[in-house]
Design a protein around this ligand. Sequence first.
Ligand code: DUC
Ligand code: ZN
Ligand code: ZN
Length: 467
Amino acid sequence: MTLDLAIRGGTIVTATDMYKADIGISGDKITVIADRVGAATREIDASGLYVMPGGIDSHVHVAQPQGPGIMLADDFASATASAAAGGNTCIMPFALQRRGTSLRQSVEDYRRTAEGECHIDTSFHLIISDPTPAVLGQELPALVKDGYTSFKVFMTYDDLVLNDRQLLEVFEVARNERALVMVHCEGYDTIKFMTERLERAGKTEPYYHAVSRPEVIEREATHRAISHAELIDVPMMVVHVSGREAMEQIRWAQQRGLKVFGETCPQYITLTAEDLKGLNMEGAKYVCSPPPRDTASQAAIWEGITQGVFQTFSSDHCPFRYDATDGKLNEKGRTSFRWVPNGIPGVETRLPILFSEGVSKGRITPQKFVELSATNHAKMYGLYPRKGSIGIGFDADIALWDPNRKETIRQDILHHGSDYTPWEGFEVTGWPVMTIARGTVVMDDGKIVGSKGHGQVLSRHESDYVA
Ligand code: DUC
Ligand code: ZN
Ligand code: ZN
């Protein structure tokens, strides 16, 4: 039977292997891998290219409410187009429960907003901000059974923070339902204390965002969350780890045999707090939480990556426009860092940065790149073995990479809804030149050639790391 698609002559890279072979695709699945596969309706010459699993970005924010007058810069169409351009074939955004609302209703709303809009597959985590008895007792267990098998909780932010008692109650449900809990580890009271002191001293520029949330605050919250997880005996993922202090807490927990996992992001291997010192309000472009630290922290993050402390490398894409009254330069944001929206765009640049800083600079192998960018995300969040590798029966989610192509990251080549990138002028070696999502070419040499609606909203099974 004629194949729909053949990818010929490339070097296939998985988390464990690297070898030359052809790939044959029928419909949306990989159906044959061989020295030479048969004829296909469409032939792709991949000689000189790496043929990798499409990236899975398990930490992105899309179309999430951000407080009065503030808007995220991406909807599902632009976020998934941007992700596809960056070599991704699946993203995992969050469905956020607002206080006083039903979690189930929130999920249904997000799902409806996403359906028909996505260029690549999408699957939601939950954010729990109001763990009422109904949420804990009925809604959450039912949602886990429906395939929402991971949820995030926050230890800071006025409208999201859970107290220790509430964290324990959510962890208990996660344990009972065999779900994976993701934790934003920064302390509410300590940040409030620092913020008030800084504002009183007139230190309100964006740079003081970083001063208000030093590593000790992240470390304390990380240790507290780990202790709660140990008490309840539940697996836990510490998201967006920024430096040595939190990394060492996770490593300590892992060495004690606890199921504590770690995620880090491009900003923590490339940016520093100095970037928040830009002239006028330019530093607002780099305001995210936890904030970027210093070059010693970057080295510590690499230590965590190469030692296996971190299982996933995600973008934490949380895009705002800079020059916009609903974004970084909102009226209140100009008066204090406290009001500068927290987050930076990055779904499109995550993989080129990891490839270049990691593989091209010799810090990690191509196989480790695949593990950190796709395979572990699929295993961590219950999409494996449907997604996350190249093998017979897997979804035909593939990115072709030119490992030698040099590019300079610039806003005008990106597809996200932000009006800037924190990596303007950043030079990389290695670039995704084609993205194939479930058998369909969706990005070809920087152009989006797929259509919104191709991507499906997926449910997931239990995490392989919980099992
Ligand atoms: N945490 C996130 O995960 N993303 C953006 C902002 C934040 O605090
Ligand atoms: Zn967070
Ligand atoms: Zn995030």
